[in-house]
Write a protein that binds this ligand. Structure first.
Ligand code: MG
Length: 249
């Protein structure tokens, strides 16, 4: 069931979005060679809690940390660890959610650790642009398939692949609500977008093929072919004035 939000709820979500965005930005600023992913997780948790919010991911389905930190071939759901030390050339996808006064904000960004290869930078640029191509289609009257197809049509001609096994989602009082928001699809198909819908659009794009596998920890999701993967996400409200990005400063 898709839950439509009132204007008041959307402004509450914008506050949650602001906290999750700032936590993500602080995490990104901490990305540098020699830093462990656990240290970054601590920065995220501390900031969110200082704002009177709670980390959305901590304990969600048993997830043991506040941020998902996914390096290089890890697509999503990387578990922060003291022993995972970042090195120059890594690409580091960080996904952060914060719950403030009953509403969640959810966002992700892939950061470069020092100088990265041209190939890695191109993957980051393409994935980020694909997110904004999707956001442009998050317009009342369009359908979910318009978002996914916009992402897919931006990414695939550049010879990257869209991850199929994980998708975006509605977000609000719950971290994951209906509808699912795939990063692939057919224009004009799927759930119709209405003012008051709040969704997380989050392309996960692989440099190789689209297949992924989940490691034995039950979380860490890697590309099946070992290729690099990038992930960018914003929480969006669909309004009568067009898409509004909630996860902004
Ligand atoms: Mg999400």
């Amino acid at each position: 069931m898709v839950v439509l939000k009132t204007t008041r709820e959307i402004s509450a979500m914008r506050n949650a979005g602001r906290v999750s965005q700032k936590a993500l930005r602080l995490a990104g600023e901490a990305v540098e060679p020699g830093v462990s992913t656990l240290e970054i997780d601590r920065i995220v948790r501390k900031y969110i809690e200082e704002q009177g919010a709670t980390p959305s991911f901590l304990g969600y389905g048993g997830f043991p940390a506040s941020a998902c930190i996914s390096v290089n071939n890890v697509v999503i759901h990387g578990i922060p660890s003291k022993s995972k030390i970042l090195k120059k050339g890594d690409i580091v996808s960080i996904d952060v959610g914060a719950c403030l006064q009953g509403y969640h904000g959810d966002n992700a960004w892939t950061f470069a650790c020092g100088d990265i290869s041209k190939e890695a930078q191109a993957l980051l640029d393409t994935t980020r642009e694909a997110l904004f191509e999707g956001i442009k289609k998050a317009v009342a009257g369009n359908r979910i398939g318009d978002i996914g197809s916009a992402v897919q049509r931006y990414v695939e001609p550049r010879s990257y692949s869209v991850v199929r096994d994980f998708v975006g989602h509605g977000v609000g009082a719950k971290l994951h609500e209906d509808p699912s928001v795939p990063n692939y699809g057919t224009p004009g198909r799927g759930v119709r977008l209405l003012p008051g819908m709040t969704i997380a659009i989050e392309p996960m794009i692989n440099a190789g093929n689209h297949e992924v596998k989940v490691l034995s920890d039950g979380w860490t999701t890697v590309t099946a072919d070992g290729s690099l993967s990038a992930h960018f996400e914003h929480t969006i409200a669909i309004t009568s004035d067009g898409p509004v990005i909630m996860t902004l400063p």
